[in-house]
Design a protein around this ligand. Structure first.
Ligand code: BGC
Ligand code: BGC
Length: 798
């Protein structure tokens, strides 16, 4: 079916081209005699042509606009008829990220209903489509199965497993009425400092390509088969085209430099495989190539993707990424559509963008043919997904919808457990593995019983973590409980002791440690040092006490681990396993052979210079031991020039509250400076990047406090933005000093982002906490808080 559509598409595209260069048509009129004259058109293509001819300009443009659920209502949907919408990583139905699955389905129905209310003049009402980031299972939704992140799946090399994961994920997505998944990421991560390395299957494109294709097939079904986009299937997306994993120094959304053919030979390789698997949509990448932003590059989005690779599906933009093109803003950017983007992901500024595109088609900035071409591509995806025509039904009436027992079902969890086991890579084993039946085991480290840490970013929230206790993961098994069950089954015993203390000396200690959750640019690093030394200290303590150890390292990438590897008797790269921690015990106890092999080169040096090959690697791609391989590993060099670098004194930056800094209001913690407490509402919003700032709303008399655990030093610098003058008195308390800053804030209101500097000049002694109190309601934006010494004698300024 789909292939037939494709055959006639060539003709339509040609027609499009002539219009592109030629006459401008009056914008709202039903158009295209030329289109109508295309003969021998398939039924499907005829339907698209008919729809296009009957749609108003406004509703065509709306097909290209994708807002997020936190920023529009069903009423807006009814008025604008957006072609699609998304939930961001921090979005949930009706403002609740932790809403039960039934609320997700309810919202899907509401939006569908709003999009299909009949229009005047018999204009067709086109059903909308919901896109989500189910990048390691349907993990925006509670109870979903959480699969290992892609880096772990890369270590399995098991395309059949990945296909089953795709199918299970699609089924769980369907339960909640969602149509479309922004997954797989087929990035080829070439610099482990990149915060999205874990979304990449491998540094080797030949490993990425088949796994990406398998995830697509698992989600969409096999192209041409009867169940293609049928039951248990959703529309997939290959992302981010292209070069996301190749940015200079691993900076997220950064620039990729080099000879274009060489870059293509690495970063484009997964796309032909994805396209052959039938991927319906491809997401354009935030990055630029040799200085040109992908979203604005016709040569790459149209030249390479369409003309060279033959992609005929739809191209969706990334989160406000079009706004980064030179000369664009998020609400005004014809450049992206002209370059070849079909859908703008415009979470919040959809209204202005819609108005601007309508005007730009009317004044000829955007040729009508280009608009029609993009709309046709959106409609084709909907057609393939069964959303057009008489058989289309609302989300709750579709297969699997509302079958909540499928979320985190036993069979899906079994697939995840298999994936966890197959992704474990044993890098050192002096003979302590496999664990002996009957052994008494001590399980140490604060990560051992932390499902949020095992799950990583893109789990319930965008960044993951943030004090998501295990109660947020009903039905999941932590690494500790998997080990505990396995120890008991094997006739031994296990004890959880986070700090590693014990009364009776254990036969073996398992130390679970690693990176805290992060997503996207928040995870970018400058070096490959793991600053958190909890694991290292535990391993060294046990080494000194003569207790043999197994180190389980949870991470989104290889890091410099020479010290930990030296201190441990066995070292296992466990990646970010997700909700089925028992898969780890399966391997450690030898119930499953250890088959995981590195899909990334492991560094021997802490600096972070990219490896991408065996040269300079401690372990090369393909490394990994079977459980019985106990050959010795020579002692590793523990020198690292970056260990002594000054620790950062940042309190809050890039959407992240630093560890050791506590935000609170009315005595209640505001994890990561977000949430509601004591009359304060703190929510994420964009300063320069997604959710890198906080909008803090004070109720009357509310106080926000930030405090540092340890003794800190330095003056305070706060980047803030006040739109309106405060209506009452505002007090800043720094340490013990209360300063009335009402008049200063009156002056800075409406002046954009400003820096507040507090030195000993107005706050003698400074101290380790700051509070802001407001007598009257007030809203303030905060993008950065840091302690840093200003020059001697510097005065306070606001
Ligand atoms: C993510 C979204 C997330 C948002 C935060 C984006 O980069 O992909 O899903 O919610 O930033 O505003
Ligand atoms: C990310 C994408 C994601 C999108 C929607 C972006 O920030 O780069 O991978 O699909 O947000 O959440």
């Amino acid at each position: 079916m789909r292939r037939i559509l494709v055959a006639t598409f060539g003709a339509l595209a040609l027609v499009g081209c002539s219009q592109y260069q030629g006459e401008m048509q009056s914008a709202s009129a039903p158009q295209s005699d030329a289109e109508a004259s295309v003969s021998a058109m398939s039924e499907g293509e005829q339907q698209i042509t008919d729809l296009l001819a009957a749609m108003s300009l406004e509703n065509k443009v709306a097909q290209l606009i994708q807002p997020q659920i936190n920023s529009f209502t069903a009423e807006d949907m009814r008025r604008y008829r957006f072609g699609s919408y998304l939930n961001g990583g921090n979005g949930g139905p009706y403002g609740d990220e932790f809403a039960p699955a039934s609320e997700w389905l309810k919202l899907a129905d509401e939006m569908w209903d709003a999009s299909t209310v009949p229009l005047a003049n018999g204009e067709p009402a086109i059903p909308t489509m919901w896109g989500t980031d189910a990048v390691h299972g349907h993990t925006n939704v509670m109870r979903a199965t959480i699969f290992p992140h892609n880096i772990g799946l890369g270590a399995t090399r098991d395309a059949d497993l990945v296909r089953r994961i795709g199918n299970a994920t699609a089924t769980e997505i369907e339960v909640t009425g969602i149509d479309w998944n922004f997954s797989p990421t087929v990035a080829v991560a070439r610099d482990d400092r990149w915060g999205r390395t874990y979304e990449s299957y491998s540094e080797d494109p030949e490993i990425v390509a088949p796994l990406g294709a398998a995830l697509i097939e698992g989600q969409q079904g096999k192209l041409g088969s009867a169940d293609y986009l049928g039951r248990g299937r959703v529309v997939a997306t290959a992302k981010h085209f292209f070069g996301d994993g190749g940015t200079d120094q691993g900076v997220d959304q950064g620039d990729v430099n080099g000879d274009l053919d060489e870059l293509k030979s690495v970063h484009v390789v997964p796309y032909p495989a994805a396209i052959s698997a039938g991927v319906e949509t491809i997401m354009a990448s935030f990055n630029s190539i040799n200085g040109e932003k992908m979203h604005g590059s016709k040569a790459l989005l149209t030249g390479v993707l369409r003309e060279e690779l033959g992609f005929e599906g739809m191209v969706v933009g990334d989160w406000n990424a079009h706004g980064q093109i030179d000369g664009c803003t998020v609400s005004d950017c014809p450049q992206a559509l002209l370059a070849g983007l079909d859908i703008y992901m415009v979470p919040d500024d959809w209204k202005e963008l819609h108005a601007n595109i309508v005007a730009q088609v009317q004044d000829g900035t955007i040729p009508l043919a280009r608009l029609n071409e993009a709309v046709a591509r959106v409609l084709r995806v909907k057609q393939n997904a069964g959303l057009l025509g008489p058989n289309a039904v609302k989300p709750s009436a579709r297969p699997n919808a509302g079958q909540y027992e499928l979320l985190g079902s036993a069979s899906h969890r079994a697939i995840a457990r298999e994936a966890v086991a197959k992704s474990q890579v044993i890098l050192k084993n002096d003979g302590v593995l496999p664990l002996k039946a009957g052994a008494s085991i001590l399980v140490a480290g604060s990560a051992a019983d932390s499902i949020e840490q095992a799950a990583g970013g893109w789990t319930l929230t965008w960044q993951g973590g943030d004090e998501l206790t295990n109660d947020y993961f009903p039905g999941a098994t932590s690494i500790w409980s998997g080990l505990n069950n396995a120890a008991m089954e094997a006739g031994g015993s296990a004890t959880l002791s986070e700090d590693g203390s014990y009364q009776t000396r254990p036969d073996v200690a398992i130390v679970v440690f690693g990176e805290q959750p992060y997503a996207e640019f928040v995870g970018d690093k400058k070096t490959l040092v793991l600053e958190d030394e909890e694991g290292l200290e535990l391993l060294r303590k046990f080494e000194a006490e003569g207790v043999p150890t197994v180190a389980l390292f949870l991470s989104g990438r290889p890091l410099w681990m020479n010290r930990e590897i030296n201190a441990a008797d066995a070292f296992v790269a466990s990646w970010l396993p997700g909700s089925e921690g028992a898969g780890i015990a399966d391997v450690l106890f030898g119930k499953r052979e250890a088959t995981g092999r590195l899909s990334f080169s492991w560094p021997d040096d802490c600096g972070g210079a990219p490896l991408n090959g065996p040269d300079g690697a401690l372990f090369a791609v393909g490394a990994g031991r079977s459980s019985s391989d106990a050959s010795p590993l020579a002692r590793l060099d523990e020198n690292c020039g970056y260990l002594t670098e000054a620790k950062s004194d940042t309190w809050y930056d890039l959407g992240r509250l630093s560890s050791g800094i506590v935000a609170s209001a009315g005595g209640t913690n505001l994890a990561n400076l977000r949430g509601e407490a004591g009359g304060i509402v703190a929510r994420g919003f964009d300063y320069q990047r997604q959710e890198d700032a906080r909008e803090i709303t004070f109720g009357p008399g509310a106080t926000l406090t930030l405090a540092q655990d340890d003794e800190g030093e330095g003056d305070y610098r706060i980047l803030y933005n006040l739109q309106a003058q405060p209506a009452g008195k505002v007090t800043l308390t720094v340490g013990e000093t209360a300063i009335d800053i009402t008049s200063q804030l009156r002056l800075s209101a409406g002046k954009g982002w400003r820096e507040m500097v507090v030195t000993e000049d107005c706050a003698p002694m400074l101290g380790n906490s700051i509070s802001i109190s407001s007598d009257a309601p007030m809203t303030i934006g905060i993008a950065k808080i840091a302690r840093q010494d200003m020059p001697e004698g510097a005065q306070c300024s606001f």
